[in-house]
Design a protein around this ligand. Sequence first.
Ligand code: CP
Length: 303
Amino acid sequence: MFKHLLGLRDVGREEILTVLDTARGMKEVLGRRIKKVPTLRGRIVVLLFFEPSTRTRVSFELAAKALSADTVSITAAASSVAKGESLRDTVRTLTAMGADMLVIRHPASGAAEAAARATTAAVINAGDGTHEHPTQALLDLFTMREAKGRLEGLTVTIVGDIRHSRVARSNVWALRAVGAEVRLAGPATLLPPEAAALGIPCYTTLEQALEGADVVMALRLQLERMRANYLPSLREYTRLYCITRERLRLAKPDVLLMHPGPVNRGVELAPDLVENAPSVIEEQVTNGVAVRMALLYLMLGGE
Ligand code: CP
């Protein structure tokens, strides 16, 4: 198993399937009345979040606690980062206190890799800029496999702000590694320029991209990462790209609807779809704890 999880670009099929298989066992633990095993007793997991997060931060904390690890959660505003301490010095300080694992979210692409160079602890990237969000993609694959019984041969349509999406980037690498077909859909300005070179089909007409899809994954419009005017207007985006029940009929009858959250209701998804079938958004959240338990267990050599 890898020492650090910085992205999925170089992670192979077998390693991905090992994580997903292990997560299945972890989900069984989470279904027990007492959701705790002693596997990582005495190990220290530090959650270092330089950007807001609900799902990723809380699920890592729950995952570490379910494995009996000790956790410390740090935000930039409440640490010496607010006094100007660098990422490298922050990471070295936490390492000197005995951290075994650093889970890091940062607005800069490459921050997790920089942290890994500064520490002897294992590092998990919990989202770095527009680069990758590997644990989100792994929980997405777990959710797809649980619902469909397979990953190979699935057609997965990812819709929205692909250009700024670390979730899309990680999903593309992972889905291709396990033999799924990926399609990207959105306004031309929000599609990644490198997609053509990677041979990934891109669509500016949503209806074409939905045709026969097994899974539709809508992405959040990341207005905070848009430095230029990528959209004529939010209303225009919604008119052309919002997933509605009517548009979903173009996909397979047993289509799964996914979204990494948080959702801009009525922009990426029609409000009635968020909590109702075929949406599996809440299952994704639940599965996030099991997948993060699997990663902590595998990477820290749990017993
Ligand atoms: N999907 C995701 O990363 O959500 P959070 O920002 O709430 O962690």
